[in-house]
Design a protein around this ligand. Structure first.
Ligand SMILES: C[S@@+](CC[C@H](N)C(=O)[O-])C[C@H]1O[C@@H](n2cnc3c(N)ncnc32)[C@H](O)[C@@H]1O
Ligand SMILES: [Zn+2]
Length: 571
């Protein structure tokens, strides 16, 4: 069961409402009042697990730091009292040289240990943290955070729509999180006020609220809007504390992961999307780019902890910190890509580089330079087709393996706490092993470019491993592989494959012939490599589950201030 104190009894459902229950949180729904997408349970489960893991790690860190500070302070006091005693002794010995020094006991029974500050034992200190959910709708997510994450101090749940806010207040009460507030005038208790409890409801514009928290920052900001989160990112990166967590959902994959609206993608994320089977990873990198450039403006930088492409949306968990040095390095984690219009080979064009020069006295002078380019000619070296530009986008790692392992451990130990734990385990196991290098491919797709029979995942993996490259899966697509090899290395594997499995009936104009016009630099070895089975494929886990029922971002309710009809770009 959920780790929270759950409301176990089914509440009374007033006429005109229906009850939605997710993980012991009850939500009253009425027609067109506030938005709720049941398919997003996976998103909410994942968010509870990630925020909880992040908070427990931060708590440990704060406890360690506190213990160190107390230790140092105690040592200083000890040193101070020893010196003081020495000074007193010296004075005494000068005045009455023959008089022996007093023992500690005779100084009123005080010892060094007694002079230390009376600090609480470190294990009793817990860092209770705050969450700001900028776009809360029914409040389901905020209520789950408040009930299921032990270290939450309170959640600030906000929505622009008055009807959503009314629903939220009702749901907070329904789940036993409303508190009584004493009125200032007569001190009488009024039931139903929600601004002091564990979920504090606010009606207002998300950006206005977040900009209001620029000085008094919160620990976690969660953005789960309709469509794009882009208009909220600038305010969000400023509202979150150092070491804080920024959680972002974007459902506008028609913009982020296709080439249909490049102008819209550029205006929202500052980079261009790509048309390729790996465009969903590009979508993640474009959102990270938007977060990184926004953060940089305020002397802050991002560390992606987990970046997932799921069903019809992307969900990212990003740590935010301040450091002028790391801000400068953002340039070196940003690239554009040239993508072949036929065979989807990609060529990275990094934007910046760091040069470190050691000067006099071993002083290291760091200089930032632009990268030379172009890194590629105007045609694809593999098939001679034209190339399109994508990005700039984030080119650094998209997950923190250590963090993903911790989330996995938490889910494994709390399987019953989540409705979607099997799927979470599957996806995170793949994400944990994912190579940090950009993009993935599927043997099926590449075989399609060659018009050849498809080698199995094991054959493709083995050939790449035998050639000295690393291989992993990608969480973003079933049957996909990532490799440290170049696109030429991959194409050579397929050129070798075609020699063993010749193709027939290919038209003279087919790009397949152009791909085969190049000889492979070495003959690929398709025999089973001992490392070809990654641990994620050893487990019987749901790595790539079926598309859930009622799949999709859902549609907005038609009434209420912030709830307008769905726009063209919303999904
Ligand atoms: C997709 S729903 C949120 C779903 C919710 N996070 C969940 O997990 O169930 C988006 C919400 O954003 C609200 N909204 C839209 N624009 C807003 C703005 N500028 N400020 C605050 N809320 C806004 C809408 O009223 C809607 O309730
Ligand atoms: Zn090509």
């Amino acid at each position: 069961m959920s780790s929270s104190s759950a409301t176990s009894t089914t509440p009374h459902v007033p006429e005109g409402f229906r009850l939605h229950t997710e993980n012991n949180v009850h939500i009253l729904m009425s027609e067109n009042e506030a938005f709720l997408n049941p398919v997003q349970e996976f998103n909410r489960d994942l968010s509870v697990a990630c925020i909880r893991t992040w908070s427990e790690e931060l708590n440990k860190l704060k406890q360690e730091r506190r213990a160190q500070v107390s230790k140092k302070r105690a040592l200083k006091i000890k040193e101070g009292s020893a010196k003081k005693r020495q000074r007193v002794n010296e004075q005494v010995s000068v005045v009455v040289e023959e008089k022996p020094l007093q023992s500690e006991e005779s100084q009123g029974g005080k010892t060094d240990t007694d002079l230390q500050p009376t600090t609480r034992p470190e294990e009793t200190f817990d860092y209770n943290f705050t969450i700001l959910e900028a776009l809360s709708a029914t409040g389901l997510r905020s209520i789950r955070y408040a009930k299921e994450i032990p270290l939450v101090k309170y959640v600030l749940a906000n929505d622009l729509s008055p009807t959503a806010v009314a629903a939220m207040k009702r749901n907070v009460e329904l789940n036993g999180l409303g508190v009584e507030e004493k009125t200032e005038e007569d001190g009488s208790a009024r039931k139903g006020k929600t601004n002091l409890g564990k979920v504090r409801v606010n009606q207002g514009d998300a950006c206005a609220l977040m900009y209001g928290h620029r000085t008094e920052r919160v620990d976690v900001v969660d953005l789960d809007p309709y469509g794009t989160a882009a208009p909220f990112i600038d305010a969000a990166v400023q509202a979150v504390k150092d070491e804080g967590l920024l959680c972002i959902t974007c459902t506008d994959l028609s913009i982020l992961a296709t080439n249909n609206y490049p102008e819209k993608c550029f205006s929202n994320y500052g980079g261009l999307p790509m048309k390729a089977e790996y465009s969903h990873e590009a979508a993640l990198r474009l959102v990270l780019h938007a977060a990184s450039t926004s953060a940089s403006r305020y002397g802050r930088y991002i560390e992606p902890l987990l970046s997932l492409s799921i069903d019809f949306y992307v969900r990212l968990f990003i740590r935010v910190n301040s450091s002028p040095l790391q801000v400068k390095k953002a340039l070196t984690k940003t690239s554009s890509y040239f993508v072949c219009t036929s065979c989807q080979s990609f060529y990275e064009q990094p934007l910046g580089r760091v040069i470190e020069k050691t000067g006099a006295g071993d002083n290291v002078n760091t200089i930032y330079k632009t990268q030379p380019g172009p890194t590629i000619g105007s045609r694809c070296p593999e098939c001679d087709s034209s190339l399109h530009i994508a990005g700039p986008m984030w080119s650094g790692p998209i997950h923190d393996t250590n963090f993903v392992s911790k989330v996995l451990q938490h889910i494994e130990a709390n399987k019953d706490a989540y409705g979607t734990s099997a799927r979470m385990q599957g996806m995170l196991t793949v994400a944990k092993e994912e190579l940090p290098t950009p993009f993935y491919f599927t043997p099926t797709k590449v075989a399609g470019f060659f018009h050849c029979q498809t080698p199995s995942l094991e054959e493709t993996t083995s050939a790449l491993l035998h050639a000295g490259h690393q291989v992993s899966r990608s969480h973003a697509s079933p049957g996909s592989l990532k490799t440290t090899g170049t696109c030429e290395d991959l194409m050579d594997v397929f050129r070798s494959w075609v020699k063993k499995h010749p193709i027939k009936n290919v038209s003279e104009t087919s790009p397949a012939l152009r791909l085969l016009a190049k000889e492979p630099r070495a003959e690929a070895n398709f025999s089973k490599h001992p490392n070809s089975v990654t641990s994620s494929s050893k487990f019987k886990i749901v790595r790539y589950p079926e598309t859930p029922a009622n799949w999709g971002p859902g549609s907005r309710p038609v009434t209420g201030g912030g709830n307008k009809r769905k726009r063209k770009h919303d999904n």
